[in-house]
Write a protein that binds this ligand. Structure first.
Ligand code: ATP
Ligand code: MG
Length: 431
């Protein structure tokens, strides 16, 4: 029988990885808590229409990458490829927007049918933030600072913030005309994808990963030149606030979002550790989306970061600096106590003792191998436990266990088996 395997692009997170993910999630949660950003959890499965309207048919995500199928009631369903559309749908559906601005975050798996490679999977995970009902340039920077500080607190270096302004819809319509006529004159030099985008979504050509197209675009008219004075001033405020917070940034005129409801600030945080898939976090302002999904006109700004890519950067940072914050996040929590035990009575007693100690907050590893003491001690050493408790037939008879320091300084001592409180006290004073 052939061996069962996970689907291509669907990746297991093994315990040592999950540990690291949880540490990152805890740092993120702490940031959100301090910033008054509340978690929202939406279904993984939505009506396909939400994404068609919310992300747009002309994008790769909707056009080529969605996991869509008909359910048993013949409804077209899609595994969410991103979080923003669902969050906005939920906020509209439950009338959250009438309660004032909403500062929300979400996390979890997203699904896109892409070609898997390093930092690119079919099921991947994002943490994202959406501020709904805030329109000022200052809120753009508050949102960017949240991402920047979170990544910095994880001990990551080599990050770069790139920003651009997409201006208003009108700015972009003007620019689109300029760009299209410029590109039409050079149609033959474009890659096939970009040729197609010229009619469907010309702004996305700026984002092309094709090197020949990229080289050609070096001389193309830029969106900056097409911005109205008002949009330029707004963008200048964003720069000013970023400078005030001492968050360094690079202007990147190629950074675009192809859909009409995106406007003004767009940004990405990239890492020099990632090669081709360099973007860890992407976001921007999307003032038109809430209305597009049936809600009241509501300005909004947000970002999403890719957990897998973040983990790749974190691993690189941890291996560069073994005492740094990133390395601390990836290290395993060791038990306080490892119980070495042998014999029928000892097994039963150590089971009860482990439970009592755990209830008192002690981290206990109970050896279940029935191996010789020597082997159990080796495992105890490897576990990184501070102490070992030995319970053999002799200890059962004497009604006392033998407590041995492994990683802590101290004497071996005997502690009554029926007095877990005393044991807890010894463990606490000596560690
Ligand atoms: P890319 O250009 O790399 O495909 P994107 O523009 O499609 O990125 P967004 O939709 O903005 O990405 O998603 C935000 C973040 O989610 C990305 O910056 C990236 O870190 C992560 N991400 C997107 N797609 C994937 C994927 N297939 N696998 C892993 N991470 C992903
Ligand atoms: Mg993509």
């Amino acid at each position: 029988m052939s061996q069962l395997k996970s689907l291509r692009g669907m990746v297991d997170l093994l315990p040592y990885q999950t540990r690291c993910w949880q540490a990152v999630e805890a740092v993120a949660r702490a940031h959100f808590l301090r910033s008054g950003v509340e978690e929202i959890r939406t279904p993984l499965l939505e009506g396909t229409d939400l994404f068609a309207r919310g992300i747009g048919e002309a994008t790769d995500v909707v056009g080529k990458e969605m996991y869509s199928f008909l359910d048993r009631g013949d409804r077209s369903c899609t595994l969410r490829p991103e979080g923003t559309a669902s969050v906005v749908r939920s906020a509209v559906q439950h009338g959250l927007l009438s309660q004032g601005p909403q500062k929300l975050w979400y996390g979890g798996p997203m699904f896109r049918y892409e070609r898997p490679q390093a930092g690119r999977q079919r099921q991947f995970h994002q943490i994202g933030v959406e501020f709904l009902g805030v329109g000022s340039p200052r809120s753009d920077v508050e949102v960017i600072a949240l991402a920047w500080d979170l990544l910095r607190d994880l001990g990551l270096s080599g990050l770069e913030l790139q920003i651009n302004s997409l201006g208003t819809l009108k700015d972009r319509q003007n620019y689109r005309q300029q760009l299209v006529s410029w590109l039409e004159a050079r149609f033959d030099q474009l890659d096939a994808d970009s040729q197609q985008r010229l009619t469907t979504n010309p702004l996305r050509i700026l984002d092309s990963k094709n090197t020949t197209t990229q080289a050609l675009l070096a001389d193309a008219p830029t969106l900056q030149d097409a911005l109205s004075e008002e949009s330029s001033l707004r963008f200048a405020s964003v720069h000013r606030f970023l400078n005030q917070l001492e968050i360094p940034f690079q202007l990147n005129p190629r950074l675009v979002r192809g859909l009409d409801y995106y406007c003004h600030t767009a940004f990405e945080i990239t890492s020099d550790q990632l090669g081709a898939q360099a973007t860890v976090c992407g976001g921007g302002r999307y003032d038109g989306l809430v209305q597009q999904l049936g809600g009241p006109p509501t300005p909004a700004v947000g970002w999403a970061l890719g957990m897998e890519r973040l983990m790749l950067v974190l691993e690189a940072a941890a291996s560069e600096d073994i005492d740094g914050d990133a390395a601390k996040l990836t290290s395993k929590k060791s038990p306080d106590l490892y119980i070495v035990n042998s014999g029928q009575h000892a097994e039963a007693l150590s089971l009860g003792l482990a439970r009592q100690l755990r209830a008192s907050g002690v981290c206990v590893e109970l050896d279940g191998s029935r191996a010789a003491f020597g082997k159990q001690f080796k495992r105890a050493d490897r576990s990184g436990a501070a102490w070992a408790a030995v319970i053999g037939e002799e200890e059962v008879k004497a009604g006392e266990l033998l407590l041995k320091p492994l990683l802590v300084k101290g004497e071996e001592r005997r502690v009554a088996l029926d007095d877990p409180a005393q044991l807890v006290a010894v463990l606490q004073t000596a560690t």
